[in-house]
Design a protein around this ligand. Sequence first.
Ligand SMILES: [Zn+2]
Length: 455
Amino acid sequence: MDNSRLELVVRGGRIVTPDGVQRADLAVALGRIVKVAPEITDEADATLDASGSFVFPGILDAHVHFNEPGRTEWEGLATGSAALAAGGGACFFDMPLNSEPPVIDAAAFREKRLLAEQKSCVDFGLWGGLVPGNRDKLAGLRDAGAIGLKAFMCGSGIDSFAMVDATTLREGMKRAAKLGLLVAVHAEDEKLAAKFTAEQRAKAKTDARAFLASRPVEVELEAIRTALEVAGETGCALHIVHVSSPEGIALVTEARAQRVDVTAETCPHYLLLNDKDVLRLGAVAKCAPPLRDEERRLGLWQELRAGHIQTVGSDHSPAPPEMKTSRDFFEIWGGIAGCQHAFELLFSEVSGSFEKDLPMLAAVLARNVARRFRIDAHKGQLAEGRDADFTLVKPAKERLISADELWTRHRLSAYVGRRSRVRVTHTYVRGRPIWADGRFVNPAPTGRFLRPDSA
Ligand SMILES: [Zn+2]
């Protein structure tokens, strides 16, 4: 076999890296990027005309709930990975809960891995869970290849996935540090959330406004403070998922300055939507922590542009339509489904400042994720030697996102009806087209399992 034979040359696009945007061609052999140069004239098996488009690194979504096995009727690995690919995603890390059994030991991990290998059209990693009573299972999860451990500091809503008490968190993080595992936390303080919720219910308030009032920013900040303290004490790598407020980011920034090994994730919905959207859209915009006021939304953009937010993940968390209707807003299943359009809408949001902001997005949607989760030998950048994972983003005539565009199991999304000024036209994984010209060309389940490189 001739290893120098090029499989693909992507011509005429504007290549996006965290360092900037440059006009260049990109050559692929054996699924990897072998050259990025102003003009590549070598012959290749295939060419892709990218003129007029940005060539963006394949998005690594470190936070999805595809719910399989066990709650496949909520989403599923085939539909979830397809929707992600249609939105520019080349890889996801599935969370350990909402699937059943939850991934709190190696057996459940292996079961999910096998299913994802049979069904996912993009590459994937898997989270393990840290819950009361599974401390002796953590080594097994590490050996199975967990990307990290996820813990809840408040009720998760899933009976089989209990929140951590103070001891479980401290002892768990101690153990995780020894094993070289990162711990991610859902940071909302259970005591405060319960107190504010009881206050609303005592007033017989059950609407969306009452739900928002039951989870003010202080609930998040209190939990972040606790998690940072334990991370400092134990030396465990900490990742705070779905930070919803600039105040939360400020706490993380302060801890990083004191050399706590911590990173912060926010989600597109905190950057695209605000509390008024919860009142306007209802159940599809319910999540925890909840969407914040406009000032905080803009504050998060500032933090993002300042480089204080390390990663952005979708937290795609769908549920069947019947779980999204109740007169009591507290009873409605929380979670925003948005992995297909969330990233496109971030691109659209910065369409007035592509040259400045696309490199920033390439850092938080790809490079930083690959680095933090130790898959950067293969993923995260459009650079020689890395997997040829990329997506084409094209400025387009403004359109309204419609439900019939959705590839998710249920055609429910917080972003239906929203204006977009870009199109994600192509997604390639390891040099193979999955999504091209707005169609699935290769829906075969060829996703590959990723484990962190040894530290
Ligand atoms: Zn989540």
